[in-house]
Write a protein that binds this ligand. Structure first.
Ligand code: MN9
Length: 292
């Protein structure tokens, strides 16, 4: 099995102004991540891919294009989670047939699913696809908070490799690492990479790596090497950039930053604001000049 540790960009998707997928732009974003950001892999179909605003057909199209562009150059994780379990299975089967190294699925959201329902969801996707699974835990968007015992229950399925941990609960992160040392953790908040790396996470999956991937790797590797002051200096610069990105509109601003690098990153998908205002554009230029 391919090594899934390291730095993974949560892949952005380029859309045309009418909301359709811009295949050429998507391929350029992928190339930029591999050739310039030197990432170890891509996480396709996540929040950053604006996935939850897309149709099943579009999600498949993105998985197909990404695999076709990447081939076997870097590791590929397909996020297939959906409140529609049948869709999650269908996407999981599709990505598995395409040759994705692993699946990931967001905890089912919107309805207040019980833990047995959540466990059933993961076991079903795994059983029907035969692929490995990374739990995508992002409580601030899903409202789903799982504790140490619940992760342990999910981990009883040997195909669950670990968790993409997009939360600031470092106590839980530490407890998970201690309790389940053989399960992997990918840090999900780029602005908290240093503390997550200090606690021994195995990798990181992030949106800002699409433009700031080189610094992200430095933070990660310096922290692993115990060079905390050096790592912190880079985390400070990184977080000045991330603060600016978040204040200006997360995915839209990362796309504008990519465009300033010559990448056809396109528009966002409605109901998110699709197009940057002149003010947002000016702010993106300022961020590029200062930090990239
Ligand atoms: O999962 C990303 N989460 C979302 C990873 O986009 C919701 C992160 O990379 C954040 O975008 C980033 C900024 O807060 O850390």
């Amino acid at each position: 099995m391919r090594d899934l540790k390291g730095i993974f960009s949560a892949l952005l998707v380029s859309f045309n102004e009418d909301g359709s997928i811009n295949e050429k732009g998507l391929r350029q974003i992928i190339r930029y991540n591999i050739d310039k950001m030197k990432v170890d892999g891509l996480y396709v179909g996540g929040s950053t891919g604006e996935n939850f605003m897309l149709s099943t057909v579009e999600k498949k199209e993105i998985f197909r294009i990404a695999k076709d562009e990447v081939k076997d150059q870097v590791a590929l994780i397909a996020q297939v989670g959906s409140v529609n379990l049948q869709e999650a299975v269908e996407l999981g089967q599709y990505a598995t047939e395409l040759g994705y190294d692993c699946l990931s699925a967001v905890t089912p959201f919107y309805y207040k699913f019980s833990f047995p329902e959540i466990k059933h969801y993961y076991d079903t996707i795994i059983e029907k696809t035969g692929n490995n699974m990374i739990v995508y835990s992002i409580p601030f968007l899903t409202g789903v908070n799982m504790g140490i015992e619940q992760f342990g229950e999910l981990y009883k399925n040997p195909k669950v490799l670990g968790v993409k941990f997009t939360a600031g609960d470092f106590y839980l992160l530490e407890r998970l690492k201690k309790a389940y040392p053989n399960h992997l953790i990918w840090a999900g908040f780029d602005e908290m990479m240093l503390p997550a790396a200090a606690l021994g996470v195995d990798g990181a999956i992030g949106s800002t790596f699409n433009v700031n991937g080189v610094r992200a790797r430095q933070i990660f590797e310096l922290t692993q090497a115990g060079k905390l002051q050096d790592a912190l200096a880079i985390q400070h610069i990184t977080n000045d950039l991330i603060e600016g990105i978040l204040a200006n509109g997360l995915y839209l601003t990362i796309k504008e930053l990519l465009k300033l690098e010559g990448v056809e990153a396109g528009y966002c998908r409605e109901p998110m604001t699709a197009k940057a205002t002149p003010e947002q554009l000016a702010k993106a230029k300022e961020l590029k000049q200062k930090y990239l």
